[in-house]
Design a protein around this ligand. Structure first.
Ligand code: 5AD
Ligand code: SF4
Length: 432
């Protein structure tokens, strides 16, 4: 979502007459779009700000520093204290103000740091520019923002605010706009896409499945994905969409976080281990070739060896194509940060290593199954070597494709015979 927000800020700046450059040294405005999901991302911002301070001191002309995103929302006071040379601090629902704020600075160089951290997501989407600068062939599109779930470890409800769904018309218009720029694959974004409830043309609420069916009708759109789903909100209508929409990719990110019912309860995830398994089975029944990815948190407060064992067993039972796993990181203002029985760092590290070994094995086994298979690949970028292009399979696997000169180009969808499996990618040749 930060990547989407960054592109939209860039669109607004370009619409206001700015242009993009490659390095901060060449720039007059630098925007750091920050993340707060775990501690590491948060601290990195202050070291980046230190580097920008040096560039600002050396620069002869204008040099404005803007800190945007979730960390800006949460820690605006710390930013002003530790980096008083930052010119503006913009929360994620205030990024639409970027061009206007820079304009104010150009007109009045003595302005104090501007802090804008209100929650008006409707205003954000109304004011984002309709003019898109060039895009790649695979792009994000935010359909829903904010979260009402309050998982006890998660800072997002505090940074992006309550749930808001954009209207169907707004989303379809943006999708068509992207397709007209050459986009072939769209990934719909939301903290909780499965609780999407935007208005349709009749003024009624439309669910995610309804939206997917609408978007399936957009001419020229070849692939559709969506993240992130909360298992508690996945229902039959989504399974039907996976069965019936051929541009909907058979790959679903369905974060489980933990395999222990006790920990899921403490996390306030509102589903049990067996409900999660049932959800996966239902989706597999409707769409037998579907594969799953997940997020896991290890070392949540109170997690015992037995709880962790349940997580390992669940991963074994589901057999993921791919997964992300993290050590629990206490976040300010969240319920879990105040819980007793925080887990020591060394235990978290040990558990993470064990889980990651298992998940890496599962990913390799999943990839191994593709040797000699014919797969559909969207070519997304130039390859590392001549006569090679980089693509993505339907399961989002990176695929290096060997081609003859000028035969195919980025944006094409091609059939590829997989000849080799590298550590994190597949290698293949075009099959005509
Ligand atoms: N600590 C560790 N991981 C977290 N995530 C969210 N909050 C935390 C936290 N406090 C992970 C979850 C989520 C993913 C985006 O980040 O697994 O699904
Ligand atoms: Fe955070 Fe839970 Fe909402 Fe996801 S569903 S954004 S983990 S509170």
């Amino acid at each position: 979502m930060n990547s989407y927000d960054s592109e939209r800020m860039s669109d607004l700046m370009i619409a206001a007459g700015h242009e993009s450059v490659l390095t901060p040294e060449e720039a007059n405005v630098v925007v750091l779009n920050t993340c707060s999901i775990r501690d590491k991302a948060d601290e990195k911002v202050f070291s980046d700000l230190g580097r920008l301070k040096m560039i600002k001191e050396k620069s002869s002309g204008d040099f404005f520093i803007v800190v945007a995103g979730c960390m800006a929302q949460l820690r605006s006071r710390d930013i002003i204290r530790r980096a008083p040379y930052a010119d503006a601090v913009l929360g994620p629902q205030n990024i639409q103000r970027i061009a206007e704020i820079i304009d104010d600075f150009v007109k009045n160089k003595e302005l104090d740091t501007i802090v804008s951290t209100s929650f008006d997501v409707d205003d954000k989407f109304r004011k984002l520019s309709d003019k898109f600068s060039t895009r790649g062939v695979s792009e994000f599109l935010t359909i829903q923002e904010g979260c009402d779930n309050f998982c006890t470890y998660c800072v997002v409800p505090n940074t992006r605010g309550r749930e808001f769904s954009r209207s169907v018309a707004d989303i379809v218009k943006e999708a068509k706009n992207l397709v007209s720029l050459g986009v072939k694959e769209i990934t719909l974004l939301g903290q909780n896409v499965n609780s999407y409830a935007g208005e349709n043309a009749e003024g009624e609420k439309c669910n995610l499945a309804g939206l997917l069916f609408e978007l399936a009708g957009v001419d020229g759109l070849r692939r559709l994905r969506y993240v992130t789903s909360n298992p508690k909100d996945v229902n039959k209508s989504i399974a039907e969409a996976h069965r019936d929409i051929n541009i909907l990719m058979p790959f679903l990110h369905l974060p489980v976080q933990s395999g222990s019912d006790a920990i899921l309860r403490k996390m306030n995830r509102k589903y049990t281990r067996s409900e999660y398994v049932e959800c996966v089975c239902m989706l597999r029944e409707y769409c037998p070739r579907i594969a799953f990815s997940s997020d896991f948190i290890v070392g949540f407060p109170g997690e015992t060896d037995a709880d962790f064992d349940q997580t390992l067993k669940l991963a074994g039972e589901i057999n993921y194509a791919q997964a992300y796993s993290f050590k629990y990181s206490p976040r300010p203002g969240t319920a879990a940060a105040r819980m007793g029985d925080q887990i020591p760092e060394n235990v978290k590290s040990e558990r993470l290593a064990i889980l990651q070994d298992l998940l890496n094995d599962q990913q390799s086994q999943f990839n191994q199954k593709f040797i000699d298979r014919r797969v559909s690949v969207l070519l997304v970028k130039e390859g590392k070597h001549e006569n090679q292009l980089g693509g993505r399979s339907e399961y989002s696997q990176a695929v290096s494709v060997c081609i003859d000169d000028g035969e195919f180009a980025v944006g094409d969808i091609v059939d590829v015979r997989i000849t080799e499996i590298a550590s994190h990618s597949l290698i293949g040749i075009i099959e005509k």
